[in-house]
Design a binder for this molecule. Sequence first.
Ligand code: UFG
Length: 322
Amino acid sequence: MNLLVTGGAGYIGSHMVRELVRAGHKVVVVDSLLTGHEDTIPKDVMFVQADIRDRSEVTEVLRAYDVGAIFHFASRIQVGESVSNPRLYFRDNLAASIELFESALDAKVTRIVFSSTAAVYGDPIRSPIDEDHPKNPVNPYGETKLAVERVLAAYDRAYGLRFAALRYFNAAGADAADGLGERHDPETHLIPLVIDAALGRRPHITVFGGDYATPDGTCVRDYIHVRDLAEAHLAALGYLNAGGASGAFNLGTGRGHSVREIIDAVERVSGRKVPVVHGARRDGDPPVLVASPRRAQDLLGFRAKRSSIDEIIRDAWAARTR
Ligand code: UFG
């Protein structure tokens, strides 16, 4: 089956493309290169530089390549920016996704695997978080992802557009051997920033808050290796192809690690000291975000294999020091 990957030149999308190529699929990438990197796209993968809003271009690509399913990664991803400049998120995450689905319907594509996020839940009222946990996003980033999920649910009921919405917890790590890695600009994610501090590329890492109600006072997150994420997407496609019902699935490990533990792990893996500064809490950070991975295990047969914290950091380190 031929597959379209939107945002296939981005961090998670580029890992997805490799995973699909490894599994023998024919892949077309559509990416605007607003934040993506063209050099991540393998030479033998068809690449169309286009905005997903460009209906004539996207519909043409879907028809010309006889695309059976779309992996939809293209998105803005910064929580803080979504608060200060929400129009970017409602326009580029929500409105643009609706345009993409127009093209999908026109070209009779019936399956979508959508990049969603744990941010749809907002502040957790229980942990680990299962998919039925209340959805009360606390920022426009989470709002737009939840809105896209709701569009998909309505389109499934009305038009038979079947979907899996994959709610990522904290994506991390890299496929360093394949020359991939996390290259956000600006970088805001903890693991690459801690690595940069260990390498002396930044003066220090600032720990946002040390007085949370967690074992060491710092925030706890569920980190999942980006290659595991890619595998889960393939499992989700297999599930939809086998007739599985549309729905949302958490992608995490069920284990949490604190900011302090991440810093310790980077020091352990790299043998270097990380200069640390203790700062104030960052607005909108829940103390603990940990997934219940049960539904993905039971229905998709997915289990994270590469997501021990040391393996994630080893791979992230290799990618960042390449
Ligand atoms: N952190 C620091 N210092 C830093 C950067 C981060 O202490 O310089 C802390 C944060 O406060 C947080 C943890 O490290 O407690 C992880 O922060 P990230 O920014 O790496 O990731 P988030 O948990 O904030 O965000 C991730 C995804 C978002 C998604 C969110 C909720 O990047 O896209 O999870 O699912 F919305």
